[in-house]
Design a protein around this ligand. Structure first.
Ligand code: ADP
Ligand code: MG
Length: 321
């Protein structure tokens, strides 16, 4: 449905997108995840025809955004990072104006505007000046403009930024509702957010795709990144001597070293489950009580750090060469 092929974008000498390629299929919620400056907005601005790429191509349902912008843009609604709202218009005036820009036929405009503003719950403020709206309502006005005409694909650049927790929950609910009939692509620098709302995540760092998958698949990537926390009723030297005999222990962090009991965190280089079993058997053989043992699963955040660090290392390697 959307094919992004070898996108490169240079701002002067600065390479903001570096040969970025991916495909978006119909009917899911996609998340662009990446820190500030990763290139999320640049990618979205190119995909929606706001700015041009230095090289590469974007095809929307087979239509090039560059060569056939009208056809390509027809299936896209876009909420940019800073929505181009006209502050001196009322919400209704603005949405009617957007409907006109979107070439929604005149006799259908009112109905379409009503549909969009009902969906995002804007009806109460439809006669207010945009200038006087709260940040949350301004964001909803931008969202209504994006969904107006109900295009197949809705692209939202950091839709929850600057909103309070209640507004964030509301916007997320709205996104889920939209996703029932539309493909939604959103960007975020918040891991928990993409993990919570998205079906598929594309991780971008320094203009490159450094990882992608379902939130579950990304967690799978973490195997070997899990760690084990345990409390053992013995002294540190004895505990260490038992651990030394176990395969797959990478690192031990001592959290609390009491005379009769220690808390520690064990990083593993193989399946944490296997190491966990070996640990409990080893201490049981020595008749040393383990009073607590728990596997800590790596979070998406750990994976993100891992992926972005490894891409940074690659880059450093390249500059040294
Ligand atoms: P994100 O949305 O992930 O935070 P952006 O796409 O906004 O990232 O920016 C990617 C990189 O390109 C950043 O380093 C940013 O400073 C740079 N950049 C973005 N827009 C411009 C611009 N108009 N002129 C120069 N540099 C820009
Ligand atoms: Mg951005």
């Amino acid at each position: 449905m959307i094919e992004v092929q070898h996108l490169t974008k240079k701002y002067g000498k600065h390479l903001a997108l570096d040969d970025l390629s991916f495909t978006i299929e119909k009917g899911q919620i996609y998340g662009f995840l990446g820190p500030n400056g990763a290139g999320k907005s640049t990618t979205m601005n190119i995909m929606t025809g706001y700015i041009s790429a230095t090289s590469g191509e974007v095809l929307i349902d087979g239509h090039s955004i560059l060569d056939e912008p009208e056809k390509a843009k027809k299936s896209i609604g876009y909420l940019p990072e800073i929505p181009p709202l006209y502050l001196d218009m009322t919400v209704m005036e603005y949405l009617k104006f957007v409907a006109e820009l979107k070439k929604i036929p005149k006799d259908k405009r009112s109905a379409e505007v009503r549909k969009a503003s009902t969906l995002v719950k804007l009806n109460d403020v439809s006669n207010r000046l945009i200038r006087n709206l709260s940040k949350g309502y301004k964001q909803r006005t931008g969202l209504a403009a994006a969904v107006l005409g109900f295009p197949d694909i809705i692209i939202l650049d950091e839709p929850t930024v600057g909103l309070d927790p209640k507004q964030i929950i509301e916007i997320r609910q709205l996104i889920r509702k939209l996703a029932k009939d539309h493909t939604v692509i959103l960007s975020s620098h918040i891991l928990a957010e993409v993990q919570e709302i998205c079906d598929y995540v594309l991780i971008i760092s320094k203009g490159k795709l450094v990882g992608s998958g379902t939130p579950e698949e990304l967690e799978e990537l973490s195997h070997g990144k899990d760690s084990i926390e345990l409390t053992v009723k013995s002294d540190a030297d004895t505990i260490q001597s038992v651990l030394d005999r176990i395969d797959g222990i990478q690192n031990v962090t001592w959290r609390n070293q009491g005379a009769g009991s220690c808390d520690l965190l064990v990083d593993t280089s193989k399946s944490a489950q296997e190491v966990c079993e070996d640990i409990s058997i080893a201490f049981a053989t020595e008749r040393i009580p383990v009073t607590r043992i728990n596997i800590l699963k790596a979070t998406l955040e750990d994976i993100f750090l891992e992926l972005t660090e490894s891409s940074q290392k690659d880059e450093e390697g390249e500059t040294k060469r």
